[in-house]
Design a protein around this ligand. Structure first.
Ligand code: SF4
Length: 268
């Protein structure tokens, strides 16, 4: 059966409207993507402008590869394409916001949680300022009859990582954090009472708290590692690699993988 003129016109109009709508959707999709790209650019640019560290950060001294820590201490440029992408920087930013929330929860509950001294984050430095650490806080009192003061460390984690903390405990789930806690307790002279290690689940907002007693052996071993890195750098030596080849899982995620494996063992 032949279409009437009216039917043909109606179909033509509908087709035109559909094409226009698809084109509008495409435009608004690409506009949205362009906005996200700009946000990413702003985040990465801001990060690049941050002053670079000129000391050995105590928070990462538990890393299994001393050479990686030495590269960081030496301010070695990271490999091309290994800078933190905007999304990772947003995850770090979210961690800071969560920390502020946790501070509020502790204080609302009546804990005397101190996080700064004269407007600056609590911390310590040693070896003439070459090794430094910044702690999240100290709990000096509270509604529970406990022994104060206690070091407070605050982390946030995805559901999967959170469950690992719950199942395995901090020492096994994240040895870098365990070394950080031991070292901070030692240098802040907060060894008498356990550290209140707090993790907030970013998916469910559940809270996990582990009371971590001071581990003197771990603190000593971590401090020795720091001395080893400082000495090697002063002597112009590179510390040995953590692995025999660059396929080792620690190397796969290392920001200095190309730099490291393009040099002879021991070369700076
Ligand atoms: S690539 Fe591997 S051995 Fe080299 S610094 Fe990184 S983690 Fe260490």
């Amino acid at each position: 059966m032949m279409n009437t003129l009216a039917q043909t016109l109606q179909k033509f109009t509908l087709d035109m409207e559909a094409a226009e709508s698809a084109s509008k959707n495409q435009t608004s999709h690409s506009d949205a993507q362009n906005i996200i790209k700009e946000l990413d650019r702003g985040i990465v640019d801001k990060e690049r402008k941050q002053p670079r560290r000129r000391y050995l950060g105590a928070s990462s001294l538990g890393d299994p590869c001393p050479r990686k820590l030495q590269y960081r201490y030496m301010n070695q440029e990271v490999d091309e394409g290994k800078e933190f992408p905007a999304q990772t920087l947003r995850i770090f930013g979210l961690g800071h916001v969560i920390e502020d929330m946790m501070i509020m929860y502790f204080r609302d509950a009546g804990f005397d949680l101190r996080t700064e001294k004269k407007g600056e984050q609590f911390g310590f430095e040693t070896a003439g300022g070459e090794v430094r650490g910044h702690i999240d806080g100290v709990i000096c009192g509270g509604p529970l009859h406990m022994r104060y003061p206690m070091l407070w460390e605050c982390k946030s984690a995805s559901e999967k990582k959170f469950n690992e903390f719950v199942r395995k405990g901090v020492a096994e789930a994240n040895p870098v954090y365990a070394a950080q806690v031991a070292l901070y307790q030692a240098y802040m002279e907060l060894t008498e009472n356990p550290c209140v290690f707090t993790v907030l689940n970013k998916n469910t907002s559940e809270i996990y708290i582990e009371m971590i007693p001071f581990n003197g052996e771990l603190a000593q071993a971590t401090s020795d590692k720091a001395v080893q890195i400082l000495k090697a750098t002063q002597a112009g030596d590179m510390l040995p690699r953590v692995a025999q080849n660059n396929d080792y899982f620690v190397c796969k995620y290392c920001e200095f993988r190309n730099t490291c494996w393009s040099k002879k063992e021991g070369a700076v």
